[in-house]
Design a protein around this ligand. Structure first.
Ligand code: ATP
Length: 295
């Protein structure tokens, strides 16, 4: 099955960030790889969404005959945060990449606010989903341009507000040209944590009802980590958020945790309920206990 990579301008509405490094880059390509048949249906509509997402009997594979997701049922209320946990390769990323239709389901369906997502225009669907990935793509340009990426009509006040909510004020104050400081190879080099905050500012500015958060695997220093977690916590307020979680310690505040294993949702519930249930989550939690204790 052939895949092609959409020209950047077409996907710029949805891709906020761009991982670096080989593993990250592969993951990025996987997210961008869109089957040629993913196009607007005749009669597809643009609808403002509140973000109630339902997975109904979802089945999916990458075309090699191996099922990656099988009979996934999950209802996410508008504004709810659901964190997906589970072993590497369980299907967490795949499940989340079906929502912006980077791939289409093979069986079952995904609805948002009752609309089968295939009945929405891609521009409408993807324009209402923000994605924060592990690492961040900055293009050569100013901080202002990098924040406004995807919403070029943003006002000065909106850009400053987004930067503020992403905890970028201190950085901007200390830079020679503030928001107009050039970043990237020929400008100021930003740290990983600063880049992440810039990515968060992009999504604040875009203000989508739905957020997909691919949680960072690499730990940052404690202070930066705390600031980013606070900014992310604010970013999720009022948005339906799907978190691809890699570290259990950071997802306790999720409204619900769904344990994905072998392409199925094994169990779901609050952190407390799942620990009490003495099932897969409790075992995962115990396995990461050393890491959890250190954080
Ligand atoms: P991790 O925690 O390691 O990120 P995950 O739970 O997010 O894992 P997925 O990335 O969704 O898991 O992968 C699920 C399965 O699908 C794995 O077997 C993986 O190898 C496979 N897979 C993922 N992306 C692709 C792709 N683009 N093409 C083919 N197979 C893929």
């Amino acid at each position: 099955v052939g895949v092609f990579y959409r020209p950047l301008e077409k996907i710029s509405a949805v891709v906020e960030t761009y991982p670096k490094g080989i593993a990250g880059f592969r993951r990025y390509l996987a997210l961008l790889a869109t089957a040629p048949d993913i196009v607007d249906r005749p009669g597809a509509v643009a609808v403002p969404l509140t973000g109630e997402i339902r997975f109904e009997g979802v089945r999916f594979g990458y075309g090699d005959g191996r099922p990656v997701l099988d009979r996934v049922d999950l209802a996410v209320r508008a504004g709810e945060t659901v964190a997906f946990v589970g072993p590497s390769g369980a299907g967490k990323t795949t499940l989340c990449s079906l929502v912006p239709r980077f791939y289409d389901v093979e069986g079952g369906r995904i609805t948002i606010d009752g609309h089968d997502i295939r009945d929405l225009t891609l521009a409408s669907l993807r324009g209402q989903i923000g994605i924060v990935q592990q690492d961040v793509f900055l293009f050569a340009g100013t901080i202002r341009e990098n924040i406004a990426y995807g919403r070029l009509d943003a006002s000065e006040a909106e850009i400053r507000q987004a930067a503020h909510r992403a905890r970028l004020d201190t950085l901007i104050e200390t830079l020679p040209d503030g928001l107009d400081t050039v970043v990237g190879e020929r400008g100021v080099k930003l740290s990983g944590g600063q880049k992440q905050r810039l990515a968060i500012a992009r999504v604040f500015l875009k203000n989508p009802p739905i957020l997909i958060l691919d949680e960072a695997t690499s730990a940052l220093d404690t202070q930066t980590e705390r600031e980013i977690q606070q900014a992310l916590a604010e970013l999720t307020i009022g948005r339906t958020t799907l978190v691809i979680a890699h570290r259990l310690a950071t997802i306790r505040h999720a409204d619900r945790i769904a344990v994905v294993s072998n392409g199925r949702i094994l169990e779901q519930g609050s952190h407390e309920a799942l620990v009490a249930a003495d099932g897969a989550y409790r075992r995962l939690h115990a396995a990461q206990a050393g890491i959890v204790a250190a954080e």
